[in-house]
Design a protein around this ligand. Structure first.
Ligand code: MN
Ligand code: MN
Ligand code: ZN
Length: 259
């Protein structure tokens, strides 16, 4: 392990306990001693700047600002967030609101890059096509380095992008490249999917145990374009997470060609 993703606060509450200076120093020291190269924070699950409810939308922007500050304090330079949901106002309105909110907060983001996570396309969600994500980035008016994409393999597969064969994989990556530029892809969430291609249902599975199988993960682990891109597992945590996390990491490392 040389990368990890954390929440810097409770992921299901607005309120956040401030991080003390000693805690931040201890965190930085642990990162240094552990030799970790890529640190990612994930925002809480309540943040939704695209919300149809103005109070929630405003609260989301404030909360996002705080998440960015916490990252800066801890020395974390990538912050993953979900594009969220438009709550019935329509995709275009959701995209416009989220883009505007990102434009607002990125001014104070310092070195923190916000990564929009690809989504499965459940309900009123936005961000399940590369085109929509590109539009959000464009609407934010942010420079090229300020917003990236976190490619969640389970979500993107459920959204209808196939990567199970080399041909399908190349077609999907080509489409990402054409719509957004491959340099926007800044992190992966490597999860297999319990549901099928295009199901639009977000259910993670252990690597190789789901509808995707091992081949997509072999292609990603050996793609030279993604050597330095952090890859995070968000596989199921029920039961015996330490044991399963180890198995999933070993499975991924075992897919790397030795040459
Ligand atoms: Mn996520
Ligand atoms: Mn994810
Ligand atoms: Zn998911």
């Amino acid at each position: 392990m040389n990368a990890f993703q954390i929440f810097t606060k409770n992921s299901n509450q607005w309120a956040a306990k401030p991080i003390g200076s000693e805690d931040a120093a201890a965190f930085r020291e642990a990162v240094r001693r552990g030799g970790f190269k890529r640190l990612i924070a994930h925002t809480d699950y309540l943040i939704n700047p695209a919300s149809a409810n103005d109070v929630t939308a405003a609260r989301s922007v404030e909360s996002l600002r705080q998440e960015i500050e916490r990252c800066q304090f801890l020395g974390i330079d990538m912050l993953v967030m979900h594009p969220g949901s438009h709550g019935g106002t329509g995709q275009q309105e959701g995209i416009r609101k989220l883009g505007a909110a990102l434009g607002k907060v990125l001014g104070d983001a310092g070195r923190v890059t916000i990564l929009l996570e690809t989504t499965a396309g459940q309900g009123n969600g936005i961000g399940n096509t590369f085109e929509q994500l590109a539009e959000i980035v464009e609407k934010s008016g942010a420079g090229r380095h300020r917003i990236g994409i976190c490619y969640d393999t389970c979500h993107t597969f459920a959204a209808g992008y196939d990567i199970r064969t080399r041909d399908a994989y190349e077609r999907t990556m080509e489409s990402f490249k054409r719509v957004m530029g491959i340099e926007r892809l800044r992190a992966f969430h490597l999860n297999d999917s319990k549901k099928g291609l295009g199901s639009r249902v977000d259910r993670h599975q252990h690597i190789g145990w789901g509808e995707m199988g091992l081949d997509p993960f072999r292609l990603i682990m050996n793609d030279p374009r993604f050597h330095d891109i952090p890859k995070i597992i968000e596989t199921p945590k029920e039961g015996n997470p330490e044991v399963y996390d180890r198995i999933n990491l070993d499975t991924l490392l075992g897919l790397i060609d030795s040459e």
